[in-house]
Design a protein around this ligand. Structure first.
Ligand code: MRU
Length: 356
């Protein structure tokens, strides 16, 4: 499957730089950037050149490993102090996707047992590469677990881009569609354009077409009509942070789709790796919601579409309460009810298996 996978990787480790697919330029241009400093990495995450919760985590991990190579000290404690400072800086790039802090914390931990600075530097690189490798397998497994929810001929709706370029490979919400293709299961995807910055139109439509998946683009305001007219059998979305009770933050517009799905009695699924769960928060009320530049709303692709000074509210994410979610698909299986208990059990077994 991997060899036939036509979608380019979003992030790659290159020893002296971190190569990213510039998602700001898609679909017009397939441009790669070679990032060499922590400032480059921070900027790429902040300005959505690389985006999607797992891809943000992987990029930050690579960025931390890379920046650590130029720390000049032989003292392990001093080295770790500087590594923690860089970690804290990169962690500020975006607040909602917990994969960012999850990956950075995991990286720092990997170097804490090192006996020398050289060993610590090597540990950081190995751990960052390991996070990327694991994410690919995790996403493939999410897709595999999700396949049982769909049958040939289904029309499925999604929002934003929770695809291959938002992860190491395959994606979360889009992963089952790539796997379905290898099994001759015909699924048709309706992708919401995802205002304000159009991840659905620019990225999901492009990515699925690259992968040879059947996709139709709609504007966000067409979701209800499309559910009614096009026999939508399920909605599947990604996630940026999931609280202990199953409340899920994802791209703005997701909550609205969940309410619509409930009204039409369409199952609403969230697909996410365990690295997107935040066991430190009880409910979605505690999830920090990023608010972005008002010009993202006043403009489309640099063209002014609203009065320059009009006040704007631009939250990048919303929180879907767990009671609207039919199931959360993880690499370890699907949680369909008793979210709090099931999430708890998932974390206890993952800890025992040293997955987290
Ligand atoms: O602002 P973005 O583009 O980073 O938002 C991304 C999303 O909301 C995705 O659905 C989520 O990160 C899951 S990616 C597998």
């Amino acid at each position: 499957m991997s060899e036939q996978f036509a979608v380019p990787r979003s992030v790659e480790w290159e020893d002296t730089s971190v190569k990213i697919l510039n998602q700001q330029k898609l679909p017009e241009k397939t441009e790669y950037l070679h990032l060499t400093t922590k400032e480059d990495i921070y900027d790429a995450i902040k300005t959505l050149k690389v985006r999607g919760a797992p891809a943000i985590g992987i990029t930050a991990a690579f960025g931390l490993a890379l920046s650590a190579q130029s720390i000049e000290t032989e003292d392990v404690s001093e080295f770790l102090r500087e590594v923690r400072n860089i970690k804290d800086e990169l962690n500020e790039a975006r607040p909602t996707a917990v994969n960012l802090s999850w990956a950075l914390k995991r990286l720092v931990k990997s170097a804490e047992g090192a006996k020398s600075v050289n060993e610590a530097k090597t540990d950081l690189v190995h751990e960052a590469i390991q996070i990327q490798i694991e994410d690919e397998e995790t996403c493939r497994q999410i897709g595999q677990n999700a396949l049982q929810l769909f049958k040939s001929g289904d029309n499925i709706m999604t929002i934003c881009n929770a695809g291959s370029i938002a992860t190491s490979r395959y994606g979360t919400a889009l992963s089952p569609f790539y796997l379905a293709k290898t099994k001759d299961l015909e699924l048709h995807i309706y992708a919401c354009e995802t205002r304000p910055v159009l991840q659905g139109a620019r990225l999901t439509a492009w990515e699925l077409m690259q992968g040879g998946i059947d996709v139709t683009l709609i504007t966000d305001s067409m979701a209800a009509h499309t559910m009614k007219e096009k026999n939508i059998s399920a909605v599947i979305v990604g996630a940026d942070r999931i609280a202990k009770n199953g409340d899920t933050a994802n791209k703005i517009g997701t909550y609205g789709l969940a309410i619509l799905a409930k009204a039409f009695q369409i199952p609403f699924f969230v697909a996410a790796p365990l690295s997107t769960f935040d066991p430190s928060i009880s409910t979605g009320d505690d999830i920090p919601i990023e608010e972005r530049d008002p010009d993202e709303v006043r403009q489309i692709a640099g063209t002014q579409i609203a009065p320059k000074e009009v006040p704007v509210f631009n939250p990048a994410f919303d929180v879907t309460p767990h009671h609207l979610i039919s199931g959360i698909i993880t690499e370890k299986g699907i949680i369909t009810d008793r979210f709090e208990e099931e999430i708890d059990a998932l974390f206890s077994s993952a800890k025992t298996a040293k997955v987290l």
